[in-house]
Design a protein around this ligand. Structure first.
Ligand SMILES: [Zn+2]
Length: 168
């Protein structure tokens, strides 16, 4: 969704929010799914990039929404999320994800079971959308207790990832 004034869309379910309006924060809440921040010169966006959203093209759509504001993002930041070593992922969607983002998304967990590498999928989606610079400095929500994990520990809490423009 495109947010044009503070508070717009509050409480609505959406996997991505972008804005070109200064002083208008956009936020996603996550616990295991990758949070992504998109930075343009005069616009910003946030994305909740779980596997369903990735499959449905939410990252590419958010990049396109910023481009529609006249400002395609150049840089993306990937926040703390579950990493492949902790993320068992079985079922027919494995091959759907590999078809979309390449076989490198099909990893293995530390337990030796089939895993899904969400950061690899996010970076592939960003690069396909033209965002070449991706900063990924955060760790794994499942095995680092500094973060909340819905999947590993059943945490009810969520982490908030915010972005805003100070000046238009
Ligand atoms: Zn982990």
């Amino acid at each position: 969704m495109v947010v044009t004034h503070p508070g717009e869309g509050a409480g609505e379910a959406a996997d991505a929010a972008v804005t070109g309006t200064a002083g208008c924060p956009v936020v996603v809440r996550t616990a295991d799914c990758p949070p992504v921040v998109l930075l343009g010169e005069r616009s910003v966006g946030v994305v909740h990039a779980g596997w369903r959203g990735l499959r449905d093209g939410v990252v590419e759509q958010a990049v396109a929404a910023l481009a529609d504001l006249g400002d395609p993002p150049r840089v993306a930041h990937l926040g703390p999320c579950i990493r492949v070593g902790c993320y068992e992922f079985v079922g027919p969607e494995r091959h759907e994800m590999a078809a979309l983002y390449g076989s490198a998304v099909l990893g293995t967990t530390t337990a030796g079971t089939p895993g899904l590498d969400l950061p690899v999928a996010v970076i592939a989606a960003l690069q396909a959308a033209g965002v070449e610079q991706v900063e990924d400095t955060a760790g794994c929500t499942a095995c680092d207790p500094r973060w909340y994990s819905h999947r590993k520990r059943g945490d009810a809490e969520r982490m908030a990832t915010l972005a805003w423009l100070e000046h238009s």
